[in-house]
Design a protein around this ligand. Structure first.
Ligand code: SF4
Ligand code: SF4
Length: 135
């Protein structure tokens, strides 16, 4: 089933609209909100993972376009440099998506790239520059 991560930016007139609800109900899509930055009466931004059949994806994207929602692929890519990582675990508690995890038995740190939402919170936290954002 096709899946993609996109950044939705919508104008203030749409901030109160149930955009994701319509994607789910009217277009049969599964929508997982990875990050939300919505302020009443201002522009809103959501990072979402959308999955569904190809034709439903197309109709959902058309709906967003008709509504005036800007859609951009999530193009930032986060790379973990295992060789630089000292397993200090500083990134574990800051990571909101569970992309950085620690094995409690041996306290080893690992990075699950598919869970990363490119929020960049771990970048300033890592004392050894073991995490890098690529654009
Ligand atoms: S950028 Fe860092 S903190 Fe944010 S989700 Fe990815 S690994 Fe976690
Ligand atoms: S903060 Fe950096 S050095 Fe520490 S465990 Fe995370 S990636 Fe490794």
């Amino acid at each position: 089933m096709p899946k993609k991560r996109i950044v939705l930016t919508f104008p203030n007139r749409l901030v109160d609209q149930p955009i994701t609800y319509h994607l789910i109900k009217d277009h049969n899509l599964m929508v997982n909100i990875l990050r939300a930055n919505v302020t009443p009466k201002e522009e809103g931004r959501l990072v979402v993972e959308v999955s569904g059949k190809k034709k439903d994806m197309e109709s959902g994207m058309n709906y967003l376009k008709e509504m005036g929602v800007d859609t951009q692929p999530l193009t930032r890519d986060v790379r973990w440099h295992k060789d630089r990582c000292t397993q200090c675990t500083a990134c574990i508690s800051i990571c909101p998506s569970g992309a950085f995890v620690v094995n409690r038995e041996d306290m080893s740190v690992s990075f699950k790239k598919d869970k990363c939402i490119a929020c960049e919170l771990c970048i300033p936290i890592c004392p050894y520059r073991a995490v890098e954002v690529l654009f």
